[in-house]
Write a protein that binds this ligand. Structure first.
Ligand code: GDP
Ligand code: MG
Length: 393
């Protein structure tokens, strides 16, 4: 891998069965559905990850030959409506997204819902892959193209719409080309490090000797600053502790043992890419995403965690994600909302509402960073539906 190249984080989103995992397989050579449940059911349940380098050979883009132009770190998300929270936490760690729309089925509830989620999470760049063109006539594909154009209007007017067949490997190069044309966001390397944790795990294989044991691993992305091996870090909100029926969060301090950018072991991390940090913590603490939703930084650099926040919000005109589109009703005092902040999800109750500002009391505390973006979901007929977005003030 070329150290000088920039890395873009790209999310793959869209309705279930429209071909997200297949497209990512063709782009990266890796199947991201690897958990046993996913293989059995043929659907993506967790976020899937794959890293590639894009090369340019004369005028052609590919993943094998020519001059390396860009590293890309892909995140595959589930397109099932029950897994919207997973998609939202994925959206917190990406710079750009590929929205997959199957031309034979057209725009479906999660197509719209994912699109507005990208907007709510302030993802700037979008590429639309109009997939399964092998299943439609030219007429149908033109009609579908016009519908997609209409959907993007006022949201992502500049987004290229690329007809592909992921399964038949038609036009995959055009996707590489569109990715290579996305401007690299400016990365702040100098501020205090902000590592957004999307998952955490235990990487030890059964039968390992105590000497070979690895500590708990945090997976996510560094949004700002740099981190290097042997740095001390602090993880917030940290671990949940239960004491005489009371829950509270305990900040965790630890040291960095090793660092990975994608699967490459490195001495230092700077923003861009999907990364992991091996810590000195007991491997058991990292199990089953125990630290997902946390932020890691230099000790003392993060604000105190809080269960009370004030946000400035904007509601969408309509609720998407359901077959018949409905109007979004105003927020009500005492109503329960689901908030997506960075990779964390927390339930909040609106205590006060004044104009487009509200004060909320949260069930799970967060690290309150002013200006941080908040996705707002409401429970409608037993589903959390994204109804707007906001910003911590
Ligand atoms: P996901 O739920 O969006 O990740 O969709 P998958 O990638 O799992 O694909 C769902 C189904 O559509 C699978 O059976 C794929 O083989 C099929 N599929 C994906 N892309 C294409 C395509 O371009 N053409 C056709 N005919 N089938 C496709
Ligand atoms: Mg999938």
């Amino acid at each position: 891998m070329n150290e000088e190249l920039e890395t873009l984080n790209i999310g793959i989103v869209g309705h279930i069965d429209h071909g997200k995992t297949t497209l990512l397989h063709k782009l990266s050579g890796k199947w991201t559905d690897t958990h046993s449940q996913e293989l059995k059911r043929g659907i993506t349940l967790k976020l899937g990850y794959a890293d590639i380098t894009i090369y340019k050979d004369k005028e052609h883009y590919n993943k094998e030959k020519g001059v390396p132009v860009l590293h890309v770190s892909f995140v595959d998300s589930p397109g099932h409506e029950m897994l919207m929270a997973t998609m939202l936490s994925g959206a917190a760690i990406i710079d750009a997204a590929i929205l997959v729309i199957a031309a034979n089925e057209g725009i479906k509830p999660q197509t719209r819902e994912h699109l507005i989620a990208l907007q709510a999470k302030k993802v700037k760049h979008l590429i639309v892959a109009q997939n399964k063109i092998d299943l439609v006539t030219l007429e149908q594909s033109k009609k579908n193209y016009a519908e997609i154009k209409q959907l993007l209007k006022g949201r992502y007017d500049q987004a290229p719409i690329i007809p592909v067949s992921a399964q038949q490997e038609v036009n995959i190069e055009e996707i590489y080309k569109a990715i290579a044309e996305i401007p690299i966001p400016s990365r702040n390397k100098t501020g205090a490090p902000l590592f957004i944790v999307a998952r955490s795990f235990d990487i030890n294989k059964p039968g390992i000797t105590p000497k070979q044991l690895h500590g708990a691993v945090l997976g996510g992305t560094l949004k700002q600053g740099t981190l290097k091996v042997s740095d001390e870090i602090e993880i917030k909100p940290g671990r949940v502790i239960k004491e005489s029926n009371q829950y509270y969060y305990k900040t965790i301090k630890t040291k960095i043992i090793s660092l990975f950018n994608g699967s490459r072991k490195v001495e230092q991390l700077s923003p861009g890419g999907s990364m992991s940090i091996e810590t000195e913590l007991d491997m058991a603490l990292g199990k089953s995403d125990g630290f997902a939703g946390c932020i890691a930084s230099k000790p003392g650099a993060l604000p105190e965690i809080t269960s009370n926040i004030k946000i400035k919000f904007t509601l969408f005109a309509e609720v998407f994600g359901i077959s018949n589109v409905a109007k979004v009703e105003p927020l009500k005092v005492s109503e329960m909302l689901m908030l997506s902040i960075n990779t964390s999800m927390t339930v909040g109750v609106a205590k006060k509402i004044k104009g487009n500002e509200t004060e909320l009391s949260l069930k799970i505390p967060i690290v309150p960073q002013r200006g941080e973006n908040v996705g707002i979901a409401r429970n409608i007929n037993n589903h959390w539906r994204l109804i707007g977005y906001g910003e911590i003030i």
